[in-house]
Design a protein around this ligand. Structure first.
Ligand code: GP9
Ligand code: MN
Length: 717
């Protein structure tokens, strides 16, 4: 037999050489999958570097384990087995990703029946010709061994050297983790998105991370019982705020459109930015809504998010339960826990169809799984909108004007009444989403020493213009009169650490800026705009995101007395006006504000350093109330207690009926099946699309029209 006599052949014919050869094959295949199959959204060269190195440490650790084995046959068999396992992990993920735009989590594996139901395409259809690259090495190496061109190495690998390989891979992995933390601090504690983790530390590490997540959640879930829910229910019924007759049912049966205003703080409302002695109204359209009699607008509404940011806001707004004290509820529990969220409640009590629109990848914050548990019929993510590049998007997704424009084709096919949530994104840190859109330049940047603050007003103004376009569309098509529109800011856009630079823009002095001022900036908008209603106005009740859902449901005439919600209707006369912030001991009431270790009078901002007995008693009562509210919510969330909540009049969501692929086809199929009974806007419009009605002029265009109209009106005068 001829043997490969080259140096390569000799190296491959040693045990260590063989292990390294497999490692290199695995590495190349991983990089191939990263580029061809996965959407890792690599933005910087540092992230590119991380993605290039990350298959190596754990690949070596895993395949290298075989080196401990002395017996030649057992060594080679084990090496092949280990190699096959990590390859299966890689290939399965590559195929799965093509359908779900996400990686395989352990909880998805455990619920594989549910998952396969959602697999619109059979796995076979998902295969590509070039997938042969994933297995070609097996054939080549197998052939070389079989024909004895490569020979097996009978010398056992030295135990110490094996250990050195394990230690080396461990060290490399630590270095990898460390580098990943630099790229995105709190990567593993906050979760964000699965692709962040794969991009930084690789697929096997992601799988281990996901296993740990599932294990932790299962542990708490299995120790919880129906008795725990009984306890929670006692609190909930004692805390229940009954609806106010004046508002109950005023919007019954209307479509509900929810608009998530990304990173939008209340101070922007009615704010005028002064640059070079000229004053610019930042959000004229939102201001008109806020000041309208057709809007129930809340001026003392606070965000209550923690590390889960957007996902915390969504959780509170849609379930009236808090996010977690650490990490994101949607990431850790959202895909598994039983929930009675807005889409499911509205579907069961009012026959609503539901959809979420968001121009980022669907797996961010584990939305793709959580939304199913919440009962969303449709989730239109980045896959459903125009292709993103530097000119129309930034790292968190498609810019809002394109986003709304591209949503219309799906919105008009939804059966009415519908519940549709639009998650905007352009007004997201670092507030430079428009930097590559020259036609959107024009609204001035603020002039502080902090670039983040400077851009904030421009992106907020852009969001405002996008909203106006969307409302114009709603009015033109008549959807407006059949709908109510709920708008909320999810959390701060400017963090506390930057607020001293913001202070002068708010007419405050950076030198005398306090934690009280920081606390007050946690206000975000909450408005319910009800076309045709004239009894609205600005409500000063103190509340937070957790209170939004009972408020909305009561307006829609839905009885919430049996629901496990910890918030209180903001329009109820029973409302206690106690806002729990998610960090223990922080709260805001009309009298007291406790924030970052300081206590203040809310109305004056004066600090209370030496509280008298009456103040102590009053604040202790508040402390107790917020601690109870949070701990009851936590017990429900981490114990998955709503699975025991069987007599609230609602059925749990059957997620096997929900698939987020081929949704346009799904909508059309429903329309077709209903025939003349279809209530979609498209059907009502005589099967004509309304897409062309939507028009979102750029800042430049708007500005030009302004100058031409003002000059033409001048000339006609
Ligand atoms: C991403 C977007 C941002 O899809 O919702 O989330 P955030 O960073 O604000 O939590
Ligand atoms: Mn957000």
């Amino acid at each position: 037999m001829k043997k490969i006599s080259t140096a390569l052949g000799r190296v491959l014919s040693t045990r260590l050489g063989f292990v390294f050869a497999l490692l290199i094959c695995y590495w190349l295949k991983s990089l191939w999958a990263y580029n061809v199959d996965f959407g890792l959204d690599i933005q910087t060269s540092y992230q590119l570097l991380l993605s290039i190195i990350n298959p190596l440490p754990l690949g070596l650790l895993f395949i290298g384990l075989a080196l401990y084995i002395k017996n030649t046959k057992v060594f080679y068999t084990t090496t092949w087995v280990l190699y096959t396992i990590i390859n299966i992990l890689l290939i399965a993920n590559a195929i799965y990703y093509r359908e779900f735009s996400d990686f395989i989590t352990i909880s998805a594996m455990l619920a594989s029946s549910k998952t396969s139901a959602g697999l619109g395409d059979s796995a076979l259809n998902l295969l590509r010709v070039w997938d042969i690259l994933f297995i070609i090495d097996f054939f080549v190496l197998g052939f070389l061994f079989f024909t004895k061109r490569l020979k097996t190495d009978k010398r056992p690998f030295n135990k110490r050297a094996s250990f050195a390989i394990t230690a080396l891979s461990g060290m490399l992995f630590s270095a990898n983790l460390f580098m990943a933390e630099i790229d995105r601090p709190e990567l593993l504690t906050r979760g964000f998105s699965n692709y962040y983790i794969v991009r930084s530390i690789g697929l096997p590490a992601f799988t281990a991370y996901s296993a740990n997540q599932t294990y932790q959640a299962q542990k708490e879930r299995s120790s919880a019982s129906a008795d725990d829910l009984t306890k929670a229910k006692e609190y909930i019924s004692s805390h229940y705020a009954k609806p106010n007759d004046r508002y109950y049912g005023i919007a019954k049966g209307k479509n509900v459109i929810v608009i998530h205003l990304e990173s939008f703080q209340q101070f922007l409302i009615n704010y005028k930015l002064t640059v070079n002695n000229q004053s610019y109204e930042v959000t004229p359209f939102l201001n008109s809504l806020y000041n309208s009699n057709s809007t129930l607008a809340f001026s003392n509404f606070f965000n209550q998010v923690k590390a889960g940011k957007t996902s915390d806001a969504e959780t509170m707004m849609e379930t009236s339960l808090f996010g977690l004290n650490s990490g994101s509820y949607m990431v850790n529990y959202g895909g598994d826990n039983t929930a009675f969220a807005t889409p499911s409640i509205l579907s069961q009590t009012g026959g609503y169809t539901s959809a979420v629109f968001h121009g980022n990848v669907g797996s961010f914050w584990n939305r793709n799984n959580t939304y199913k548990q919440w009962g969303y019929n449709y989730f239109f993510d980045a896959n459903y909108f125009q292709k993103q590049d530097k000119t129309n998007s930034f790292q968190y997704g498609l810019n809002d004007k394109y986003f709304f424009k591209d949503s219309i084709q799906y919105l008009e096919r939804m059966q009415q009444p519908f519940y549709a949530k639009f998650i905007t994104v352009s007004n997201h840190y670092p507030y430079s989403s428009l930097s590559n859109e020259s036609s959107e330049q024009g609204f001035p940047l603020a002039q502080t020493d902090d670039e983040t603050i400077n851009g904030y007003f421009q992106t907020a103004n852009y969001l405002d213009a996008a909203l106006k376009s969307f409302f114009d569309y709603l009015k033109e098509t008549g959807l407006y009169d059949k709908s109510i529109i709920v708008l909320y800011g999810d959390h701060y856009g400017i963090s506390d650490s930057r607020n001293t630079s913001l202070a002068p823009l708010l007419g405050k002095d950076s030198q005398t800026w306090t934690e009280y001022n920081n606390a007050m900036l946690q206000r975000v908008p909450f408005m319910i705009h009800i076309p045709g209603y004239t009894d609205g106005g600005i409500q000063t009740t103190y509340g937070g995101e957790v209170d939004a859902l009972p408020t909305l449901l009561h307006i829609l005439g839905i009885d919430t007395s049996k629901y496990s919600q910890v918030g209180q209707d903001l329009l109820s006369k029973d409302n206690k006006q106690t806002v729990a912030l998610r960090t223990s001991g922080y709260y805001i009431t009309p009298e007291y504000t406790s924030y970052k270790g300081h206590l203040y009078y809310t109305q004056t901002g004066q600090e209370i350093t030496n509280p008298d007995q009456a103040t102590k008693d009053a604040t202790n009562t508040i402390k107790q109330a917020v601690a109870t509210q949070l701990s009851i919510s936590d017990s429900i969330q981490t114990g998955d207690l709503l699975r025991f909540d069987t007599d609230n009049g609602l059925k749990t969501v059957d997620t096997s009926n929900i698939s987020y692929s081929k949704q346009f086809e799904q909508e059309k199929a429903v329309e077709k099946k209903l025939g003349s009974k279809s209530t979609s806007l498209y059907s009502q419009n005589g099967n004509n699309s309304t897409v062309s009605i939507f028009n979102a002029p750029s800042y430049m265009q708007l500005h030009q029209t302004e100058t031409t109209t003002s000059s033409s009106s001048k000339s006609s005068n």
